[in-house]
Design a protein around this ligand. Structure first.
Ligand SMILES: *[C@@H]1O[C@H](CO)[C@@H](O)[C@H](O)[C@H]1NC(C)=O
Ligand SMILES: *[C@@H]1O[C@H](CO)[C@@H](O)[C@H](O)[C@H]1NC(C)=O
Ligand SMILES: *[C@@H]1O[C@H](CO)[C@@H](O)[C@H](O)[C@H]1NC(C)=O
Length: 246
């Protein structure tokens, strides 16, 4: 009885002050460790961690402040360089030299998971994006009682279908570790980047390169104006499960 009352009071206090935070659970289903990075946007403070290691099968949770906005990604093939001990990754490195990214983003190509909590209409907005290229499959699954919000993902291995001109190869030049966007691979060509004369949805249609990403991952952004099929929303108060290699 007392407990129930206390819980109700606490819950109402949270609602009244609008401080319902969200919990993100990160799960590594890959066959190798990954090193997620976090970057806050829109002037929201950096999260308690901006980079961490996630071993095979491991999960970790992060609680974000209300109205948080920002992105997640996962670095792969990381090590401490023998020469100087600096932490370095072959894909999506944030170049901080450390496990923590400290406010730096992942260097493309990187599959991005983008969030705006409590945005327009008090909805959460989220997407998976290959606009800055692709390095690893991911899924985003909303969780919470009474909420029926859609999952989104890029669960295909785009590295397997990446054309040579976009491929980032491993050391021996055999395996493809990541797939660059045409925008990045072709010197920021405006027609691939949707910039300059191509800076509108009308003037920047999909290209044969963006279609490679879209065909493999229909729910993910494949180029800048791919909003219609790539943005997802959920009522505020949801928590989210982010799975690498779903
Ligand atoms: C979060 O955003 C909502 C709607 O945009 C607003 O009503 C609320 O006051 C904001 N809360 C905080 C803590 O900034
Ligand atoms: C890098 O070194 C730190 C500190 O010794 C260690 O905890 C971490 O596991 C190392 N990271 C990798 C990827 O080897
Ligand atoms: C895409 O189209 C360009 C010409 O517009 C061509 O040079 C290129 O080979 C094509 N690439 C693929 C992967 O279809």
């Amino acid at each position: 009885m007392e407990m129930t009352l206390l819980l109700i009071l606490l819950f109402s206090a949270q609602l009244a002050s609008g401080v319902l935070s969200a919990t993100f659970t990160f799960k590594n289903n890959c066959r190798r460790p990954v090193w997620p990075g976090t970057l806050s946007g829109r002037g929201t403070p950096q999260l308690p961690t901006t980079g961490f290691q996630l071993d095979i099968g491991e999960s970790q949770t992060i609680t974000t402040p209300p109205n948080w906005s920002g992105r997640f990604w996962a670095r792969t093939h990381c090590r401490n360089a023998t020469a100087n001990g600096k932490f370095i990754c072959r894909t999506a490195d944030c170049a901080s030299g450390q496990l923590e990214c400290n406010g730096a983003g992942g260097i493309p190509p990187a599959t991005l998971i983008e969030f705006t909590l409590a945005g327009a209409g008090n909805q959460d907005f989220y997407d998976v994006s290959n606009v800055d290229g692709y390095n690893i499959p991911v899924s985003v699954t909303p969780q919470g009682s009474g909420l029926s919000c859609e999952s989104t993902s890029c669960s295909s291995d785009i590295n397997r279908v990446c054309p040579p001109e976009l491929s980032v190869k491993g050391k021996r030049g055999k395996t493809t570790l990541a797939c660059r966007s045409a925008c990045e691979a072709f010197n920021h060509d405006p027609k691939y980047c949707c910039t300059g004369a191509f800076a509108s949805p009308q003037s920047c249609p999909p290209t044969n390169y963006s279609m490679i990403f879209k065909n493999a991952c229909p729910q993910a952004y494949s180029y800048a104006y791919d909003d219609r099929t790539s943005t997802f929303t959920c009522g505020t108060g949801a928590d989210y499960l982010i799975t690498f290699c779903p």
